[in-house]
Design a protein around this ligand. Structure first.
Ligand SMILES: [Zn+2]
Length: 181
């Protein structure tokens, strides 16, 4: 069995260098969309172009299984659609006979993966540049709050009541926006 690594958003946003990892690397297109730092994004796009990172599209069956597992464990409230797709791709690769390992420092991703017997590995030792912070955002009105201040009731948007989603909070992007105000 060949071992493959699946990268989640935390792994790539933290500046993990795909060129130093001696495995076939996979991720989903949605992860690439979450990378905001232009230099990091360029490096990742180059890695995709020279096939260091492969982009996979998870099957609907795998997505269903992951959603069910995440509902059972309660992780569904914090997992983003991107996280679900990363987990689903790992499940597909595992079922195709690969030894699939998700590189992630995210506790909820690790938790759901372990329920489906998918291995995970924290990448902190593999060249992390800065710590990921999280925010909750409203997919409907785009109101957002930092996750460390989050109490359970805030899982629903305080402006419009929509269920909030989690995403990595990119400090540099936030600073840029503040300057423009
Ligand atoms: Zn809202």
């Amino acid at each position: 069995m060949s071992e493959v690594f699946i990268l989640d958003a935390t792994a790539l946003i933290s500046g993990l260098d795909p060129n130093i990892i001696d495995r076939t690397l996979w991720t989903v297109a949605e992860v690439i969309d979450e990378i905001k730092d232009p230099r990091n994004k360029l490096r990742i796009e180059m890695a995709i172009e020279n096939k260091t990172i492969k982009i996979g599209r998870p099957s609907a069956t795998a997505i269903d299984k992951i959603q069910q597992a995440a509902e059972k464990s309660g992780d569904i409230v914090v997992l983003s659609d991107t996280d679900i797709k990363v987990l689903s791709l790992a499940l597909d690769l595992k079922e195709e006979g690969h030894e699939a390992v998700i590189l992630t420092d995210d506790y909820s991703v690790q938790n759901v993966a372990s329920r489906l017997k998918i291995d995970t590995k924290a990448y902190t030792t593999a060249g992390i540049r800065y710590e990921i912070k999280w925010e909750l955002y409203c997919p409907s009105c785009f109101h957002s709050i930092e996750m460390r201040n989050t109490k359970r009731k805030q899982l629903f948007c305080e402006i419009c009541g929509t269920k909030m989603k989690r995403r990595p909070y990119d400090k540099r992007i936030r600073k840029f926006k503040e300057r423009k105000k």
